[in-house]
Ligand binder design. Sequence first.
Ligand SMILES: [Zn+2]
Length: 442
Amino acid sequence: MPLLIKDIDYILTMDEKALLKNKSMVIEDGKIVEIGETQKLMKNWVIDEVINGRGSVALPGLIDLHNHSTQSVLRGVCDGRGLMDWLNLTSKLYEKFDEEICFIGSKISFLEKIKNGITLTVDMESFPEQVIKAAVETGIRLILTVVLADTVEVPGQKIESVDKQIKNFQVVYKKWHKNREGRVMLGLAPCGFPSSSPELMAKSAEVAAEKNLILHSHVAENKLNVHLCKRKFGKTEVELMEDIGYLDKNLLLAHGVYLTETDVSTLAKYGVSIVHCPSSNLKLANGVAPLNLFLKENVKIGLGTDGAASNNGQDLFFEMKLASLLQKGILKDPSFLPPFQVLKSVTIDAARILGLEKEIGSLSEGKRADLILINLKKPWFTPKKEIISHLVYSASGRDVSTVIINGEVVVKDGEFLKFSEEPFLARANSKIENFLLLNEVN
Ligand SMILES: [Zn+2]
């Protein structure tokens, strides 16, 4: 059932700085099978469906490397708090989450992400069955890193033994990893200090290495955290991680605002990647991560929206612009983080971080068809001369007109196709309002 995207003004392949002009693309069995002149493609293929690409730029679907999808339920209700105060409130509410609330939260998050052009999200969550169900219903490509936590320092955490948590993970892993044509993948997320003990982190790293899975934690997000870790273990979080054999190339560390130069060199030595979450770091008043230090040491960097309780949107276009502008301002260097480099961090570089660069992250024949179209017929994209710049400095998720994931068209002309949005959002609103009322959140 070949699908033709016809007469696309620009295709930003992200393989190199290639911006193809006036080309078409054929997608079949979830893959891009040919890119070329329209007439040639029409001759080569019996086309089943056509999408008009005129007036659009096509680029790979965006990859969001840090998220807590169920937090959509708490959007706007945790504003004005610093990390610890914020954690106290969110943990208190998390404790009250039931399966339905988790499912609704994740479904809102994934729907919002897809409409903003995100086709793959790394999610750090508990309640795996509900999160996966939401991913399947929305069609997003998901790497669910299951939360593993076992310390009393964080209020409201369910304390289970290391063995029990790993055993529970194995059950979900066996059932879901690489399920749904590879659109659902599993990973492990011992959240990091102070939520997870060194024993739990070490065991998780062992399982991740054995099964070649993504390992995901927070690091150096906040000054107080850094101080508490030093007080308890006499070392920085990264030093502690190195000691217990936690550092590896499959590890993604979110935030890294307070990493020291030595920490960054250590991460570089082990090939660890950092997920920069500028909105979340600013909203919780944690600060700004030193991207210049990361880049100097050749540490790989991706971007994350983080959850809707600390952002509060799920739009990587916004994060791209913010990441780029913040660093220019802080470093007084207008040439720092140029647009193409920022775009790489949410496409091909992010795919490399996940070890999926042969499958996704750029638009070329043989790769999975995860791609988006942006409607360029807008005043803020005029003149069209510098498309790459426009994608970082002028675009927002609202400009995404079409979203294709694994060859499936999930958004067309701005409309989500897999289910009817309005009744879902109405039901979600009423459930969440009840939940917040019952838990006395005003
Ligand atoms: Zn997080």
